[in-house]
Design a protein around this ligand. Structure first.
Ligand code: ADP
Ligand code: ZN
Ligand code: ZN
Length: 744
C-alpha cells in the first residue's frame, strides 16, 4: 500500500517551490514526523505536514519516495505545526522555510542511525523535591503580583521597575508550574544570552535540584552539538526549563505550561532576516495555542486551512467574540493551560496599550527592593541645559565636577554615549574631504586604537591616510566624538583629581570602556565587568550595551552625554527606545550603594523642556506612555495602526524603487483583497541608502486593520513574484516583506 504525504522542506518563500511537496511512502507516517526525502539531487530533512487522502490519479504520478524516517524521534506536535504555519502565514514566508529554520542545524545533517544512538542514552531520573529552605521572603509587591497572576488567565505584563525583583517573580511562577505537574515545561526567553549571565545563573541555581539535564539553554552561542542536545532534551520532555533567545520560541516543548519573556520591549526579539518574526508576539500567540489544544472543548483551535480566515493577530485571542467580552472568559484555568508572562521596566507601547485595553493583565511593582531605606531609592535625575554651557563642550562643567567628586569618594560613574569608535567622521578643513565609505552612503568611523577608518555598515576598513586624499593636507581631524574619544577626553579633563586619602591619581583616573569594539573577544565582556565589580575602575564609558541587565553596585552616577538625536528622529519608535534606555541606564546606578545618598542620573540636552525628560525626571513611564500613545493614536501608528515594509535591493536605486512602485500599481489596478483599507506609499530610499554597493529602497504599506493588511499582503506576495519575473528589472537582487517592522 502507498501513502501520500505532503512534506515541507527548506524552501525560501521566493523559490518556485513555495509550498509543501508530495511524496510517497510505503508505510504510514504521522504528521510531524521528521523524514529524509530526495529534493533534486540532494537528500534533505523534511517534516510530514499532512497525510493526503488517496485520490488516485489526482496525485502526481512522479511523486518520489520518502527515504527514511527519523523514527527514534516523536513527531512534532500539532501545536508546534500550527505555530509554524501561523508564523509563515503572518510574516509572509513559506512553511518549509520557517519549519526547517526552527530545527537545530545538526538535525539536518545527522543520519538516522546516529540519532537513534543519541536518543538511547538513559534519561536521568528526576526527584521532583525542590529545596525551599533558603528561599528569600517575597516583598509585598512580589506577593501581590504572583497572587494576581495566579488568579487570571490573560497574557500578563509585569511592569516592574529596575530592581523591583522581577526575576524572583519569574522564578516563583516557574517553580509553581513545575511543582504542579511532573511533566510541565517552562520556557524563559531573554534578549541576548551573553548580556544576562546573572539571570541564567539564578535560574540554574534555583532549579539545581532538577538536575543538569532538565535546565537547558537554547541560543545561537551554543555549538551545534550543544544546541542539538538541548533541543532533543526539550523535544523529549526531559528538559523542564528552557532558557533561550528569540529562536527558542520555536523549541519543541510537548508540555509547555508557561512562557516568560524578560525585557519584552527589547528589539532583539524581532528577527531581522528570513521570516522577520517577533518572538515576543509569537510567545503570546503560542501560549494561546497551547492552551486551546490542551483544554477540553471550550476553545476552537485556530486553524490554518487555506483561506478559511486570516490568521489571528499575535496578542489577540481569535476565539474571543468580536467586539465582545474580555478574553479571560475563554481560557481554562488549571494544569492544562499555558500562561505567558512578559516583563519590563519600560514595556513596549504595544504591550502597554494591550493592558490599557484589558487584553493583557497588568502587574505592577514600582518599588526597588529595599527602597524603604534610602539606599534602594531611584536615582535623582538632573537635566543639564546645554544651551547654557560653554560652546562645544562634551561634558558640562557641573557634570565634570560631580564625576570628580565621585572619584574622590571612591565611587564609580557610568557615562554612556551611543556611538562607538573615536570619532564618527574624519575630515579635512581645507578641501572639505570626509571619510565617506566608498561602498555605502555613510561615513567611516575613525578608530584611533588601531588607526583605522571602519564602515559600521559594510565593515570596509582601511588605515587612516597620512594626508588628506583630496588635497594632501596633513592636518586631517576628527569631527564629533565616539566612546573611544570620550574615554580619552575624560582622562584629560580629570587630571589632578585626588583619592579619598588625598593621594593624587598619578595623573590617571582608571577609565574603562565597554562597547562592541572592546568586547569582541570571547570572555572580554565578562572580565571587564568583573573589574568594574572589583572597583578597579573609576569611570566606565560605553554604549547602550552597558545599560542592559548588569547590576552595578558601586556606581552612583550615570550620565547620558548626547541623547537628543532620538527626540527628532524620522523613526517614530526612537523616543520610546530612548526613554527605555535612559530608564534602564538610571536603573544601573547604585542598587545597594553603601552611602545614604540617592545616586544620580545626569542627562545633557539642548531640549530640557521636552516632555520625555519631564517624565524621566519623575521616573514616570505611564506618563510617558500616555503622551506617546496619544500622538501615535492621532497619527494612526502602531499599536493603533498596522504596517509592513517591502524592501528591495538592486544595483541601482531607480530599479529598486521602480520594482516596488510597479508592484504597488498592479495591486491597485487589480483591486486586491484588502486593498480598499490599505495605503501603499511611494517607494523611497532607505535611511542608509547604499550598503556594500547595493542600493536599498523601501515601500511602507499601512492599514488601520490588521486583518485587511494581512489579506492584502497574502494576495500581493504572488504579484510581487510575478512583477519581478515579467517586468524589466535588471539588477534587482532581492526583495522581502517585513510585517510589523520595528524601524520605519
Ligand atoms: P529586576 O529584574 O526587577 O531589575 P531583580 O530581580 O534583579 O530585579 O532584583 C533586584 C535585586 O533584589 C536582586 O539582587 C535580587 O536578588 C534582590 N531581590 C529580589 N527579590 C528579593 C526579595 N524578596 N528580598 C530580598 N532581595 C530580593
Ligand atoms: Zn583636503
Ligand atoms: Zn561601507
Amino acid at each position: 500500500m502507498t501513502y501520500w504525504l505532503s512534506i515541507v522542506v527548506a524552501t525560501p518563500a521566493h523559490s518556485s517551490v513555495a509550498g509543501a511537496l508530495t511524496y510517497a511512502s510505503e508505510w504510514p507516517l504521522a504528521p510531524g514526523t521528521l523524514v529524509r526525502v530526495p529534493l533534486g539531487r540532494r537528500e534533505v530533512l523534511g517534516v510530514v505536514w499532512e497525510v493526503l487522502p488517496d485520490s488516485g490519479d489526482l496525485l502526481p504520478a512522479q511523486a518520489r519516495a520518502v527515504l527514511g524516517a527519523l523514527d527514534g524521534l516523536a513527531p512534532l506536535s500539532a501545536t508546534w505545526r500550527r505555530l509554524v504555519a501561523f508564523t509563515a502565514s503572518y510574516y509572509q514566508r513559506s512553511i518549509g522555510e520557517v519549519a526547517l529554520a526552527a530545527l537545530p542545524p545538526q538535525l539536518r545533517a545527522l543520519s538516522t542511525v546516529q540519532l537513534a544512538r543519541r536518543l538511547k542514552r538513559p534519561v536521568a531520573a528526576a526527584p521532583d523535591t525542590p529545596d525551599t529552605t533558603d528561599l528569600i521572603a517575597l516583598s509585598p509587591e512580589q506577593e501581590r503580583a504572583i497572587a494576581e497572576f495566579d488568579a487570571d488567565t490573560r497574557p500578563a505584563l509585569l511592569f516592574g521597575a529596575t530592581g523591583s525583583g522581577k526575576t524572583e517573580v519569574y522564578l516563583r511562577a516557574a517553580a509553581s508550574v513545575l511543582a504542579q505537574d511532573a511533566s510541565a515545561q517552562v520556557l524563559v526567553m531573554v534578549p541576548e544570552i551573553n548580556l544576562t549571565p546573572q539571570l541564567q545563573a539564578r535560574f540554574e541555581e534555583r532549579f539545581a535540584h532538577l538536575g543538569k539535564a532538565q535546565v537547558v539553554a537554547l541560543h545561537s552561542g551554543l555549538t551545534p552539538a550543544q544546541r542539538l542536545k538541548s533541543w532533543l532534551a526539550a523535544h523529549a520532555g526531559q528538559a523542564r526549563l528552557v532558557l533561550g533567545t528569540r529562536m527558542a520560541i520555536f523549541a519543541s516543548l510537548p508540555n509547555l505550561r508557561l512562557i516568560v519573556v524578560d525585557e519584552e520591549h527589547d528589539p532583539s526579539y524581532k528577527q531581522q532576516e528570513g521570516a522577520r518574526y517577533s518572538a515576543r508576539d509569537l510567545a503570546v500567540y503560542r501560549a494561546m495555542l497551547e492552551s486551546s489544544t490542551n483544554s477540553s472543548s471550550s476553545i476552537a483551535a485556530p486553524s490554518f486551512s487555506a483561506g478559511a480566515a486570516e490568521p489571528a493577530p499575535p496578542g489577540r485571542r481569535r476565539s474571543a467574540p468580536p467586539g465582545g467580552s474580555e478574553p479571560h472568559e475563554v481560557g481554562s484555568v488549571g494544569a492544562m493551560s499555558c500562561r505567558v508572562l512578559l516583563g519590563s521596566a519600560t514595556p513596549s507601547l504595544e504591550s502597554w496599550q494591550a493592558t490599557v485595553a484589558g487584553r493583557y493583565q497588568r502587574l505592577t511593582m514600582s518599588e526597588r527592593i529595599g527602597a524603604a531605606d534610602l539606599h534602594g531609592s531611584l536615582p535623582t535625575v538632573r537635566l543639564v541645559d546645554m544651551n547654557h554651557q560653554p560652546k562645544h563642550c562634551t561634558i558640562a562643567p557641573p557634570l565634570l565636577d560631580a564625576i570628580a567628586q565621585r572619584i574622590a569618594r571612591g565611587e564609580q560613574s557610568l557615562i554612556f554615549l551611543n556611538r562607538r569608535g573615536y570619532a564618527p567622521v574624519l575630515a579635512c578643513h581645507d578641501c572639505g574631504w570626509k571619510s565617506e565609505c566608498p561602498h555605502c552612503s555613510a561615513f567611516r568611523v575613525f578608530h584611533k586604537m588601531d588607526r583605522t577608518l571602519r564602515c559600521h555598515h559594510c565593515g570596509f576598513t582601511e588605515r587612516v591616510p597620512r594626508a588628506c586624499p583630496g588635497c594632501g593636507n596633513i592636518d586631517i581631524a576628527p569631527l564629533g566624538k565616539g566612546t573611544e574619544r570620550l574615554e580619552e577626553h575624560i582622562a584629560e579633563l580629570l587630571v589632578g583629581v585626588t583619592r579619598p586619602d588625598g593621594s593624587p591619581l598619578h595623573n590617571s583616573v582608571r577609565i574603562a570602556r565597554i562597547d562592541a569594539d572592546t568586547t569582541r573577544l570571547k570572555g572580554a565582556l565578562e572580565s571587564q565587568l568583573a573589574s568594574v565589580h572589583a572597583r578597579e575602575v573609576d569611570v566606565l564609558v560605553g554604549t547602550q550595551m552597558i545599560a542592559k541587565g548588569h547590576d552595578f553596585r558601586h556606581i552612583t552616577l550615570v550620565a547620558a552625554i548626547n541623547p537628543d538625536g532620538a527626540l527628532f528622529s524620522s523613526d517614530f519608535r526612537a523616543p520610546e527606545r530612548l526613554f527605555g534606555l535612559l530608564m534602564q541606564a538610571a536603573g544601573r546606578a547604585g542598587r545597594d550603594a553603601e552611602r545614604g545618598e540617592a545616586s544620580e542620573m545626569w542627562v545633557q540636552t539642548f531640549h530640557p523642556q521636552h516632555p520625555l525628560f519631564g517624565a524621566l525626571k519623575k521616573h514616570d513611564y505611564p506618563a510617558f506612555a500616555a503622551q506617546e500613545l496619544k500622538e501615535r493614536e492621532a497619527a494612526g501608528m502602531s499599536p493603533f495602526g498596522f504596517s509592513a515594509l517591502v524592501r528591495a535591493e538592486a544595483r541601482e536605486q531607480a530599479v529598486a524603487q521602480g520594482f516596488l512602485n510597479a508592484a504597488a500599481e498592479t495591486a491597485q489596478a487589480q483591486q486586491l483583497p484588502g486593498a480598499e483599507a490599505v495605503t501603499p506609499y511611494p517607494a523611497v530610499p532607505m535611511t542608509i541608502q547604499r550598503v556594500a554597493n547595493i542600493e536599498r529602497a523601501q515601500m511602507l504599506v499601512e492599514s488601520s486593520s490588521r486583518a485587511a493588511l494581512q489579506r492584502f499582503l497574502a494576495a500581493w506576495q504572488p504579484l510581487l513574484h510575478q512583477t519581478r519575473q515579467e517586468g524589466d528589472f535588471k539588477g534587482l537582487i532581492r526583495w522581502a516583506i517585513d510585517v510589523d517592522p520595528l524601524a520605519i
